[in-house]
Design a protein around this ligand. Structure first.
Ligand code: G3D
Length: 201
């Protein structure tokens, strides 16, 4: 009897759990993006003062429930020495959000190198990839089209997967909903290739 009720309870309440990595160089706006996501999608989350956010050193995490699934976000540190830790998380992830500081023209090639290094990892084959051109509120920021043309030569490494790029101002919460919406739809579509982490429970 217990197992019958437990099975019913699981059927009604259990949500599939997915993991999304938020990657990019330090200072790109990863923590701000995650904070705004939590504010937008968690009704009771009040958030921290966005002016007091400091660059990601370890790992920031966040969880939202959206469109019937649970999405866990891991915002990983982007400093050069921390990038070597990114691949420890690849095998368990279902989506990648790669954040670019569009206003940091000096580091755009460094960002591209980190991107290429990430995208060629075998554990990420077929995983949906969202490229976020952040800080679009800054007047001198490179446009999305300009960033796309800079990253164009990475196209052969991207392989067959859902990919999308989007203009965002994480600070002003512009483009956050569209980003999460796109990622959620792709992750759900990709379940046959990358099932939820709690699939066997
Ligand atoms: P990180 O987690 O990738 O290291 P953070 O980056 O989220 O800590 O952001 C680094 C700095 O960029 C922060 O400024 C933050 O306010 C700013 N930032 C993030 N997103 C945007 C954006 O969309 N527009 C603008 N103008 N700034 C943004 P500080 O001054 O605290 O270093």
């Amino acid at each position: 009897m217990f197992s019958l009720f437990y099975g019913l309870w699981k059927y009604i309440f259990k949500r599939d759990e997915f993991y999304v990595l938020i990657l990019g160089l330090d200072n790109a706006g990863k923590t701000t993006f995650l904070e705004q996501t939590k504010i937008k999608f968690n009704r009771n989350y009040k958030g921290v003062n966005l002016n007091k956010i400091t660059t990601t050193v370890g790992l920031n995490i966040g969880k939202i429930e959206y469109k019937g699934i649970v999405m866990n976000f891991w915002d990983l540190g982007g400093q050069h020495e921390l990038q070597s830790l990114w691949d420890k998380y690849y095998a368990e992830s279902h989506g990648i959000i790669f954040i670019i500081d569009s206003a940091d023209i000096e580091r755009i090639e460094e960002s591209k190198a980190a991107f290429e290094n990430m995208i060629t990892n075998e554990h990420l084959v077929g995983i949906p990839l969202l490229i976020v051109a952040n800080k679009q509120d800054i007047l001198e920021a490179l446009s999305l089209d300009r960033i796309k043309s800079i990253f164009k030569s990475s196209a052969p490494q991207i392989g067959k997967r859902d990919i999308h790029s989007i203009s965002v101002s994480a600070l002003n919460s512009q483009g956050i909903t569209e980003s999460i919406d796109w990622m959620t739809n792709c992750i759900k579509r990709n379940v046959p290739s990358r099932p939820p982490n709690n699939a066997e429970e």
